[in-house]
Design a protein around this ligand. Structure first.
Ligand SMILES: Nc1ncnc2c1ncn2[C@@H]1O[C@H](COP(=O)(O)OP(=O)(O)O)[C@@H](O)[C@H]1O
Ligand SMILES: N[C@@H](CCC(=O)OP(=O)(O)O)C(=O)O
Length: 360
């Protein structure tokens, strides 16, 4: 059967993989593996981003004394990740599909070199028909070094690997237009650019999840703006993955319509690098207007009013409009001292070249 996508990233949330008591739901895992195997055999390249390390480690160790939250997460994830990947390995082996483990950190996306190394690793895996199984390295990712959750990680992976679709599997059928508990609300089937969803999303999250629906929505929007279809669906439903690909119209889910403007690979990296920004470049009203137009423009010293923070050449900076709102992210061509000297001058080289500028 002809499928819409040939390369997808699939994110499986903790709640899909765990039972109510926190133990690993091997029956669910097995059902998902069967579907991934079916798609893999039909020629779809799949990158799996799987949560579940902390949840699956929790039932394995029973600490003698009370641990703080960081110690707990480190202990449970170290034990749980081994258990998780071992299960995947065994389950995929029944289909004769090799898998590989990729554990990463937020920092590993901070420099272009690390980013490309990771991309290369997963590209080689796919070329050799190996399914990458990605998770955050929870043992060393602590507080500010952590991803908000694996939804953020899955967005980065989908973007980095030029996937055509990111499928986020949670314990809910999609984004509801009200409280999911309210019988009057229903799943929003399609979300177009610029639709404000903040009224619908409650702060609640499922018992083992980290970020909740709000991060899913923010990530989904960003990834869809890069031209990737994002689907939020219920991973607890039988046959969901295969149905989403083979019967998209009849399958319940929320689908973010992708932008059709192409975004280069380097711009995708910059779009997701905001968390590493070292400073701010503030631009004047005229520069803001030009930036908001359809024209391809760079940030020139003549349009800069001031800068905030110290940065080196090639660092990531936020671009702020004349009212102080963030309008984009870019990689600077020179350090903050050189920008300071050039501010307001004509005929100078761009501070952020268009190729390294991502406008939100
Ligand atoms: N409008 C909404 N539509 C759907 N789910 C919502 C909405 N608002 C809040 N939620 C909550 O978000 C939860 C899913 O997020 P999360 O707990 O992070 O899941 P996961 O573990 O799969 O990442 C749902 O179980 C639901 O309780
Ligand atoms: N890296 C963690 C994932 C935590 C997380 O983000 O969970 P979720 O919100 O269910 O995707 C783990 O494997 O337990």
């Amino acid at each position: 059967m002809k499928q819409e996508f040939t390369r997808i990233a699939v994110k499986v949330g903790s709640n899909v993989l765990t039972r109510r008591d926190g133990t690993l739901d091997v029956t669910r895992m097995s059902a998902l593996v069967d579907q991934i195997a079916e798609l893999h055999k039909s020629g779809v390249e799949i990158i799996l981003i799987s949560s579940g390390a902390v949840a699956s480690g929790r039932s394995e160790v029973h600490p003698q004394k009370k641990l703080d939250s960081v110690d707990q997460r480190q202990l449970f994830s170290a034990v749980g990740q081994a258990k998780l990947i071992n299960r995947y390995y065994e389950l995929f082996r029944e289909h004769s599909i090799p898998v590989g483990q990729v554990l990463t950190t937020k920092e590993s996306f901070g420099t272009r070199r690390h980013y490309l190394n990771q991309k290369n690793c997963m590209t080689v895996m796919l070329e050799n028909s190996v399914i990458p199984i990605v998770n955050e390295n929870d043992t060393i990712s602590v507080s500010e070094l952590m991803f908000t959750d694996n939804d953020e990680l899955s967005g980065l992976i989908a973007s980095m690997m030029d996937a055509q679709a990111l499928i986020i599997l949670s314990n809910i059928d999609g984004i509801y237009n009200g409280s999911p508990a309210d019988p009057g609300s229903s799943v929003i089937r399609e979300i177009d650019h610029g639709k404000d969803l903040s009224n619908y999303i409650q702060a609640t999250k499922s018992s083992f999840g980290r970020g909740g629906m709000l991060t899913k929505t923010n990530i989904a929007r960003k990834v869809a703006d890069e031209g990737i279809t994002v689907i939020i669906a219920n991973g607890k439903r039988d046959h969901i993955l295969v149905d989403l690909l083979q019967h998209p119209k009849e399958t319940l889910c929320t689908r973010f319509i992708p932008s059709n403007a192409p975004v280069s690979s380097v711009k995708k990296w910059i779009a997701h690098s905001e968390g590493f920004a070292k400073g701010e470049i503030h631009i004047n009203e005229c520069a803001t207007e030009v930036l908001n137009s359809e024209k391809a423009v760079s940030i020139l010293p003549i349009g800069i009013t001031h800068i905030v923070g110290e940065f080196e050449k090639d660092d990531i900076v936020r671009i702020m409009d004349f009212q102080g709102n963030q309008v984009g992210v870019g990689k600077v061509n020179c350090d903050s001292k050189q920008v300071q000297e050039a501010i307001g001058k004509h005929g100078k080289k761009p501070v952020v070249h268009y190729d390294y500028l991502y406008i939100e």
